[in-house]
Design a protein around this ligand. Structure first.
Ligand code: AHM
Ligand code: MG
Length: 333
């Protein structure tokens, strides 16, 4: 269904639900609650400086309440807002070592939620845009409660994924498998309003994004890939521009809208890459593919990888289809 500018995210979710006659409304209801937690996080991120909640956990505020770091606040907000919905059988967060079970006083549901509550949180103190990344899957195990197998699903099983960027405005970018839509939070009405319907990433970009400070730690193939995009070849539209914020959601969001390649390859210090498969790579790969782009680990499609551990790291090459294909083919040559 074509969505008009001004549509709320609630309407889009309801429309998607009605397209599936067997839908019970559980997913819509789950998602509505997730949106509330994202709005709460946005509110706190925006007033972080004012409330003096930036900085270390363990300090006390004027009411003698314990202050929380923003990433702890974001994590607790999502867990406490989602655990009682009755739609989840468990959660996994970048901030928690183990699976987060649903407390026994609440009913369990048929979905699992995996999330990075506040990605790029080392940038909070310098006012750089940060984000929340999430993916929702169906429970696959038959047992009561969630088991590890419910979380170690390939990203291709995801039924909804996306992120929120807390930038000059707060934006939610979402896919339920039918295109990618961007919603901007209108702070006056407190609603995410459709501002970027049917986002498509350009087939090829003109920007590469990587922490080039790691150059000395890369292998020869990775260096060649980056050198390729920096090479002077006007006929082929190179060199590409270099843009690296160091905040994955921000770097990804820019490349999604303008095109380009983001890479966080392996290096001597990060032999498996730095970014997390479940909480970072998979949801962004889901978004980029539904927007016409691609994501690999330098060899395999990210969404095909069957995770072996909750906090598995993965090298990530993500963005415009042609740019990712070029990098991947150079790496596997
Ligand atoms: P985090 O999940 O602890 O915030 O770390 C992930 C962040 C990403 O936002 C960003 O792309 C990357 O780490 C930056 O790493 P580096 O500083 O090594 O370039
Ligand atoms: Mg992160």
């Amino acid at each position: 269904m074509e969505q008009a500018i001004g549509t709320t995210v609630t309407k889009l979710i309801m429309d998607e639900q009605r397209k599936q006659p067997s839908a019970t409304g559980d997913f819509s209801s789950l998602f509505m609650e997730l949106i509330v937690s994202l709005k709460l996080i946005s509110y706190h991120v925006n007033k972080a400086g004012l409330l003096n909640i930036i900085g270390r956990a363990g300090t006390t505020n004027i009411q003698d309440e314990e202050q929380q770091k923003l990433d702890v606040f974001a994590n607790n907000t999502i867990i406490s807002k989602m655990e009682y919905t009755g739609h989840l059988c468990g959660m996994a967060s970048e901030e928690n070592d183990a699976i987060i079970d649903i407390p026994p006083e609440y009913p369990e549901g048929k979905y699992v939620l995996m999330f990075d509550p506040l990605d790029g949180s080392s940038n909070i103190d310098v006012n750089v845009s940060i984000g929340t990344i999430f993916g929702i899957y169906r429970k696959v195990s038959a047992s009561q409660g969630a088991t590890l197998s419910d979380f170690l699903q390939p990203g291709s099983n995801m039924i909804a994924g996306g992120y929120v960027i807390y930038g000059s405005s707060t934006m939610l970018v979402l896919s339920t498998g039918h295109g990618v839509h961007g919603f901007t939070l209108d702070p006056n009405v407190g609603e995410f309003i459709l501002s970027h319907p049917n986002i498509r990433i350009p087939e090829r970009g003109s920007t590469y994004s990587v922490n080039e400070g790691n150059y000395c730690r890369w292998d020869e193939k990775t260096r060649k890939v980056v050198n390729y995009f920096k090479e002077d070849n006007e006929a082929e539209g190179r060199p590409y521009k270099s843009r690296y914020i160091g905040s994955l959601v921000s770097d990804f969001h820019r490349n999604l809208l303008y095109g380009g390649l983001f890479l966080y390859p392996t290096d001597v210090k990060n032999p498996s890459g730095k970014l997390r498969l479940l909480y970072e790579a998979n949801p962004l790969a889901f978004i980029v593919e539904h927007a016409g782009g691609a994501a690999t680990d330098g060899e395999r499609r990210i969404l095909d990888i069957v995770p072996e551990q909750l906090h598995q790291r993965v090298p990530l090459f993500i963005g415009s289809k042609e740019d990712v294909a070029k990098a991947t083919s150079m790496l596997s040559a």
